[in-house]
Design a protein around this ligand. Sequence first.
Ligand code: PMP
Length: 376
Amino acid sequence: MSTVSEVTKDTKHRPYNFSAGPGALPEAVLLEAQSEMLDWHGTGLSVMEMSHRSKDFAQIAEEAEADLRELLNVPAQYKVLFLQGGASGQFAAIPMNLLAGKDRADYLVTGFWSQKAYEEAQKYCKANLVASGQSGHFQSVPEPDSWRLSKGAAYFHYTDNETIHGVEFPFVPEVTCPLVVDLSSNILAKPIDVSRYALIYAGAQKNFGPAGLTLVIVHEDYLGRALPNTPSIFDYTAQAANDSMVNTPPTYGWYIAGLTFKWLKKLGGLKEMEKLNIAKAKILYDAIDGTRHFENRVAKECRSLMNVPFFIKTEVLEKQPELEKRFLDEAKKARLLTLAGHRSVGGMRASIYNAMTREGVQALADFILQFDESIK
Ligand code: PMP
């Protein structure tokens, strides 16, 4: 079997992709998948063409789970599920599975995605807004002193990294009820203590695979409690009992995720990845902070390692409104792609997930500094 880093090819011609998601995947993973596209390990089949019940796919699935467990140090009492429906599917599945006879759950809102999770939960329970960063334009995590926790909450939900606003928690919330976290845009970017959580979930399309695969890591204490009308595919108990194969799982996404886990292991695991991510983020934030005309508005202690929104200062843009478009056009010519900010906030955003190289971040930092110089 060829391993992820043994496949080499000159891919220098590829541009740097700063997309927020689906985002860049490690080139080594794409090349490995390419080399196995028509014939996985001498079977004569593409992984896309295999039965999910076959012995070959079982090997792919089991290895992916084992590698993920190793990377995240997942305790044995947790089930790892490979599901569909995206992180948004989990906004509904979480209350359906975790309310367990209770009528309320706590939601901390720190940006666009935690707001969405909070809104979806209102269909199923009394979702209590613990605190919202909205009045501060989602530029920091509300102080824990200001949180209004409810008595009898089935769980507390938060989004560790807000992909659009670029706000990442510098701490794990201390609450007495079960803790649930959306890690869609920063899973596997750094080590975490899984045992602090009742449930962790993440869409694959930012840090470990293609869209269509959703990872759920759930403590077995929270199984067996789903609301009776929970669809089977969203019922953690049924999925855990069937190795995530209540129906046909997203087999190709699962396979790519498995290759990404191997790539991460080869790199030295999550401690090494974290060091790289800290170094990359520093290059970019230092560049932005060092300019005269650009700014990142997030409180320093909450700046995301993964998603870096940045803006041309308002007073500059008022006089030269064409600058943003010029920045994006020239960046594209310099092969720095997908830098427009989310439509809800505007400006620019660079997503620098695990697959983004240090060279790519340096190229963007240099470009920002040069562009800054060119502004009159
Ligand atoms: N949570 C976060 C933090 C996200 O970034 C996203 C997608 N950008 C979602 C949830 C929603 O994910 P999906 O599109 O897979 O439903």
